[in-house]
Design a protein around this ligand. Structure first.
Ligand SMILES: N[C@@H](CCC(=O)N[C@@H](CS)C(=O)NCC(=O)O)C(=O)O
Length: 216
């Protein structure tokens, strides 16, 4: 059994989607970010950076293993087509995964913060909107030449999808003409959203919210 420490956010649903995709049994521990549980010593012993998500794999050969950072968790859980063993597709998948982790997640996260702050037209909101639009254009160009980031569906798509899915309406409504049409990206979002494992993974932390006890 894998224990997943999470909260229903774009970073928190990457591992639940992945666990559903690979069919590994898991239990969800909610870490209530609103009440500061991410800073509790018990959680810091699992995730030293004080952020969700993190997992503990109790079935691992040689003893339980702890993994934090959503990108590291996707790599840890990956198997088969979701992370090809060798050949160009592996390098492609890793390149696009790191692009999503270092570009999409931080930029979209800051954008959502500054745009929903009191002064939604601050220089910071403007800067992150410009960078988010640039990243969307990179994604649109790639998905115009391949169905998925590494040609076939992989951890790179899971790594980028949750943030793009969450932030796209905000980016679209704020950027107006600068964004333009994104038919390839819209097709990619539709394909991924229609996967049953993705639908279950997106719901997993929310379903638990109603019945979970705080971690202690
Ligand atoms: N680079 C990290 C980012 C994780 C992250 O930012 N998690 C947020 C929720 S989406 C969090 O735990 N925030 C709590 C806090 O900053 O106090 C990852 O990809 O796992």
């Amino acid at each position: 059994m894998i224990e997943l420490f999470t909260w229903p956010t774009p970073n928190g649903t990457k591992p639940s989607i992945m666990l559903e995709e690979v069919g590994v049994p898991y239990s969800v521990h909610l870490v209530n970010l609103g009440s500061g549980e991410q800073r509790a010593p018990q959680f810091l012993s699992v995730s030293p950076n004080g952020k969700i998500p993190a997992v503990i794999d109790h079935n691992s050969v040689g003893g339980a293993k702890t993994v934090f950072e959503s990108g590291a968790i996707l790599v840890y859980l990956a198997a088969g087509m979701l992370l090809p063993d060798a050949g160009g597709r592996r390098e492609q998948a890793m390149s696009w995964l790191f692009w999503a982790m270092s570009g999409v997640g931080p930029t979209f996260g800051q954008l959502m913060h500054f745009i929903s702050a009191e002064d939604g037209s601050s220089p910071a909101a403007h800067r992150f909107l410009g960078e988010a639009v640039r990243l969307v254009h990179v994604l649109e160009r790639r998905l115009g030449e391949a169905a998925y980031l590494a040609d076939e569906y992989s951890i790179a798509d899971v790594g980028a999808f949750t943030w793009v899915n969450f932030a796209m309406p905000t980016i679209r409504s704020n950027s107006r003409d600068a964004l333009g049409a994104t038919p390839a990206l819209d097709r990619w979002l539709g394909d991924i959203n229609s996967r049953p494992a993705v639908q279950r993974g997106l719901r997993a932390p929310k379903i638990v919210i109603g019945r979970a006890k705080p971690i202690s």
